[in-house]
Design a protein around this ligand. Structure first.
Ligand code: KG4
Ligand code: ZN
Length: 363
């Protein structure tokens, strides 16, 4: 089975060809992966402008798909199915990929599979490392998400908890902007942090107030996980972001590398602590980290070190598979096709899409 994956949920137009291998331990292999990034266009505005993003997807999608077919040395008639990100993301951007995938599928009488973007990030781990020891706990951490999933069996994604406010990548991008480091800021903060002292600036650890704790966790199916575990899996980065803003207003950046290192220590410390607390509480046999922020060097290093201490193997994708790409969407599409079959052609793009173990067939 050879599938074409399409991803247009944010500011990357991506297409990829992925094949099944017949080996259940390493089920997929990437034939091609093409990404047209809009980052240079949005940099001028300091962040993604949704209207510009969707127009750019329209301009790029045909060339990107042709590029993916050419790189894989296949014709469109050699494709057996089409997988596309249905959500979550910017709805105008998602619509470009969804419409393209449906049109291609109907023209070629191919099955189409609607994929949840975060299922894609999770499956990027399997693309690189093969099936993870199960059960696994996976942290998906990007510009739009900070979420922890429990995976009892391959393809069964259960949300344990997520951020109540900002995503970790969003906090990185905000701090970088305040420091004049440009967009997207995560990689710049990461680079500078390596040269700074991480105890130079006292920033607060993200904590919840009593009111926060008493509020019902959002978007969770009641009773699936014990309340204590759900609480461990919740994040909050808006307080840290405000503290960083206040500090910079009051004291100025001072040594920028020290500031970046101190900020990064708090963010990475929180991510690693909660990931491992949840993994241990749920008896996980492995831990994964996926999404754009998983490219962060300190996060990789600290999670690896903690994994050794806790005797839990830690899996992280290579940088090219950690930020948005279509190979991961193709992989999640193959998983979903095998488990649940094709999607009916009347699915639509969904800006806010809860994950289910069917990989995005919600409600
Ligand atoms: O997964 P992704 O490409 O797109 C979303 O789905 O959001 O993630 C992009 C995010 C941005 O916020 C970017 O600043 C962050 O990932 N990022 C990093 C690093 N590389 C990318 N954050 C921290 N350290 C990095 N090395
Ligand atoms: Zn993403």
């Amino acid at each position: 089975m050879r599938i074409l994956g399409i991803e247009t949920s944010c500011d990357e137009t991506a297409a990829a060809v992925v094949e099944t291998t017949g080996d259940s331990a390493r089920p997929w292999s990437v034939r091609s992966s093409v990404i047209a990034s809009q980052v240079d266009i949005h940099r001028e505005w300091g962040g993604v402008v949704p209207e510009i993003a969707s127009r750019q997807h329209v301009a790029d999608i045909c060339g990107v798909v042709e590029g993916a077919l050419a790189e894989a040395r296949v014709l469109v008639t050699d494709i057996d199915a089409v997988a596309v990100t249905r959500g979550p993301g910017l709805v105008g951007s998602l619509l470009v990929g969804v419409s393209f995938a449906k049109a291609l599928a109907s023209a070629g009488s191919l099955p189409v599979v609607a994929v949840h973007h975060l299922a894609g990030h999770i499956e990027s781990l399997v693309l690189e490392h093969g099936e993870l020891p199960m059960p696994a706990v996976v942290l998906v951490v990007s510009g739009g998400h900070t979420s922890l999933y429990f995976i009892r069996r391959p393809g069964e994604y259960r949300l344990v908890g997520q951020t109540r406010d900002d995503a970790a990548g969003e906090a990185y991008d905000k701090v970088a902007k305040l420091l004049g480091l440009g967009y997207p800021g995560g990689p710049a903060v990461d680079r500078l942090a390596a040269e700074g002292r991480d105890d130079a600036v006292a920033l607060p650890l993200p904590r919840f107030t009593h009111a926060d704790r008493n509020a019902a966790p959002s978007d969770l199916r009641a009773g699936e996980f014990a309340p204590g575990v759900r609480q461990m899996a919740e994040f909050s980065f808006s307080g840290l972001k405000s503290a960083a803003v206040r500090h910079l207003e009051k004291h100025g950046p001072g040594n920028v590398a020290d500031f970046c290192a101190s900020f990064q220590r708090v963010v990475v410390g929180t991510l690693v602590d909660r990931l491992f607390a949840v993994a241990i509480a749920l008896g996980a046999k492995s831990v994964g980290i996926a999404g754009g922020v998983s490219a962060n060097r300190r996060l990789r290093h600290d999670a690896g070190a903690r994994g050794e201490r806790e005797r839990l193997p830690v899996f992280v994708p290579p940088v090219l598979l950690s930020t948005d790409n279509a190979a991961m969407i193709a992989a999640a599409g193959l998983r979903r096709l095998a488990r649940h079959g094709a999607s009916a052609l009347d699915f639509n793009a969904e800006a806010a899409l809860p994950i289910t173990d069917s990989g995005g067939d919600l409600h």
